[in-house]
Design a protein around this ligand. Structure first.
Ligand code: ADP
Ligand code: MG
Length: 624
């Protein structure tokens, strides 16, 4: 019998105590689990040697095998589509209003916060469905590693918002996994490559999966990863190439009105053919349509490349945008990493090679690279750290975060593409004399007006001591943690009153919505600027009208002659009237300037009177 080893008390992770940690790529189409053993990251296969777990969960009628996950579930997708959930990742953190319910075979329920799916096992939230996939990977890992897991790193798309990240964390918790951190998928891929090569420079991560496309630009310096920009297309992936081949087949066999069974058959043949064409020059597609006709077709790689050329081209636009955001030319990128099963297609590799003018990196399996990187990160976070692993990871927030200010304007606090974790603070002040509360409205988006951005949270800061407008100093702090979750705090610095909120929006933004918001902001920068200038002019004018009205009421009769009083009041009325009737920035600014100069003498007299009043009660020694 071997001797038991005893560690010193309080000493963490002695060399012999390897703490079991895994990296999980929770994909839309496929999921994987990987771990680091003897310094090498590797994917853990199931008991039949399969490395990919299809992200499919089925709720069956069989009480013995009520829930099946992966290949067994996938096999029933055609016969039992309503109870066999595929691509559940698309529903994570989304409400029914965010989704196109007609585009899915499921019966979706409008449950508060997040949509749920009505199955024969009852209503299932996307969090519960994802938890089944994670539970499967967890037991695979525990069986193959022979012990309980200390923790896990789970990857999410860089574009996931707070609600989607929170939902992913909840799913992990439900599956009994301790989440050490969430990690952006492209960043995980960079870790897998960056650590292997110990390189530095700028890298592009091109990820074409089953249903999504993501491009990220990362910079790696002295062991520090920093994400410079991200972009993508949430509705573009390998599935679209399947549809393209299926459509071609339908034409070839002149199938006018395909039944749902025909459509599924064509799609499954198309997918097999597509995957085959990545390694062979030509392939056969054979089957029988529901009208009883046998068919046998031949598809060459060349023909497939022609019919899918537009799909490949569609991935290049977000690539150029990400490069622009990062302020880079394609030639300045030092390496391009391919991620996702669809980057096996030779035409995709060729397009990427041509755009960047260099051979993309493919040393690591594109299906596995994300899980491998996540495992490396998990290994370090679990405490199995060596000096060489001592690096820091920076990530990026995809949309700007800001606050509502007077006039329905958004003041950006954390600009888009800032690296996270990050904390930024900005000072604000009160608008009205004696204002004791302030409404803090947190927004996400690129546009200048509140109505064009997404509202994330609202809270009030109360108990501000009454002061004249502009005297209070309210410091608002935005903090994004390493998982991309936001917390906002507000503090009045002269009195110390504070308020704080964790931003966990009830449901998420759709990726297309994020993309739209970005596109919007680019297209509308000019009109936004004009709108902002108008709002600012209106806010200034309103402030002057209010202040002058209050001053006239207080001191007007004491300090002004009748004529002076009436002249000034007339200007106030004119400006107030203009605010009601005009949307012309120039006119409002001119009238504001006119009232400003007309009231200067009055303001000086008020100041003098104020000083006299203040001095009248003061004793001499206080003045000295
Ligand atoms: P996700 O990240 O969405 O879970 P994956 O990275 O696992 O997706 O990619 C799945 C997609 O990759 C599917 O559309 C699949 O058909 C495609 N794929 C897998 N292998 C190949 C191949 N050899 N050639 C072309 N496409 C492939
Ligand atoms: Mg993926």
């Amino acid at each position: 019998m071997a001797l038991l080893q005893i560690a010193e008390p309080g000493q963490a992770a002695a060399p012999h105590q390897h703490r079991l940690a895994v990296g999980i790529d929770l994909g839309t189409t496929n999921s994987l689990v990987a771990t680091v053993a003897s310094g090498i990251s590797r994917v853990l296969p199931d008991d039949q040697g399969r490395r990919l777990l299809p992200s499919v969960v089925r709720y069956s009628e069989d009480p013995e095998q009520a829930i099946s996950v992966g290949h067994t579930a996938q096999a029933e997708q055609v016969s039992d589509p309503r109870n066999t959930i595929v691509s559940v990742k698309r529903f994570m953190g989304r409400s029914l209003a965010d989704l196109d319910a007609t585009a899915t075979p499921y019966s979706l329920l409008d449950t508060p916060g997040m949509v749920s799916l009505d199955t024969r096992a009852g209503a299932k939230s996307p969090v519960e469905v994802s938890a089944e996939i994670l539970r499967e990977l967890r037991s695979r890992a525990e069986a193959s590693l022979g012990g309980d897991l200390v923790g896990s790193v789970i990857t999410v798309p860089a574009y996931f918002d707070d609600a989607q990240r929170q939902a992913t964390k909840d799913a992990a918790r439900l599956a009994g996994l301790n989440v050490l951190r969430l990690l952006n998928e492209p960043t995980a891929a960079a870790i897998a490559y960056g650590l292997d090569k110990g390189s530095s420079g700028t890298f592009a991560i091109y990820d074409l999966g089953g249903g999504t496309f993501d491009i990220s630009i990362l910079r790696l310096t002295q062991g520090v990863f920093e994400v410079k920009a991200t972009a993508g297309d949430a509705a573009l992936g390998g599935d679209d190439f399947d549809h393209c081949i299926a459509e071609w087949m339908r034409g070839q066999i002149a199938l006018e009105n395909p039944t749902p069974a025909d459509t599924r058959l064509l799609l499954s043949l198309a997918r097999t053919a597509k995957e085959a064409l990545s390694s062979v020059a030509s392939t056969e597609l054979a089957g029988r349509s529901s009208d009883g006709r046998e068919f046998r077709l031949t598809l060459s790689r060349e023909a497939f490349e022609v019919m899918s050329a537009d799909l490949v081209k569609r991935t290049l636009r977000p690539v150029r945008k990400a490069l622009r955001d990062a302020g880079l030319e394609a030639e300045e990128v030092d390496g391009v990493v391919l991620v996702g099963g669809s980057t096996r297609m030779p035409q995709v590799r060729a397009a990427v090679r041509e755009l960047f003018g260099r051979e993309p990196l493919t040393d690591l399996d594109p299906d596995e690279v994300v899980a491998l990187g996540a495992a490396l990160q998990a290994n370090i976070l679990a405490g199995n750290r060596s000096a060489a692993d001592d690096w820091l990871l920076l990530d990026v927030c995809p949309l700007s975060l800001g606050l509502e200010t007077m006039g329905g304007l958004v003041e950006k606090i954390i600009p888009r593409n800032s690296t996270i974790p990050t904390a930024r603070a900005q000072e604000f002040t009160t608008f009205k004399d004696g204002q004791t509360a302030m409404a803090i409205h947190v927004l996400q988006g690129e546009r200048e007006l509140v109505s064009d951005c997404r509202s994330l949270a609202r809270f009030d800061l109360r108990g501000i001591p009454p002061m004249v407008a502009g005297a209070a100093r309210i410091r608002v702090t935005f903090q994004i943690d390493a998982d991309g979750l936001l917390s906002v705090g507000a503090c009045e610095t002269t009195s110390g009153v504070e308020a704080h909120i964790e931003v966990k929006p009830a449901y998420g933004l759709r990726d297309e919505q994020i993309a739209d918001m970005l596109l919007d902001a680019y297209g509308k920068a000019d009109s936004d600027m004009a709108a902002r200038m108008l709002r600012e002019a209106q806010v200034d004018a309103r402030r002057l009208v209010d202040a002058t009205t209050a001053a006239l009421a207080e001191d007007g009769h004491a300090l002004l002659s009748r004529d002076e009083y009436q002249a000034l009041q007339q200007r106030v009325y004119e400006l107030a009237e203009l605010l009601q009737t005009s949307a012309e920035t120039r006119a409002i600014k001119d009238a504001t300037a006119a009232l400003n100069s007309a009231s200067t003498a009055f303001a000086e007299r008020r100041m003098d009177a104020g000083i006299r009043r203040a001095l009248s009660g003061a004793r001499l020694e206080e003045l000295a």
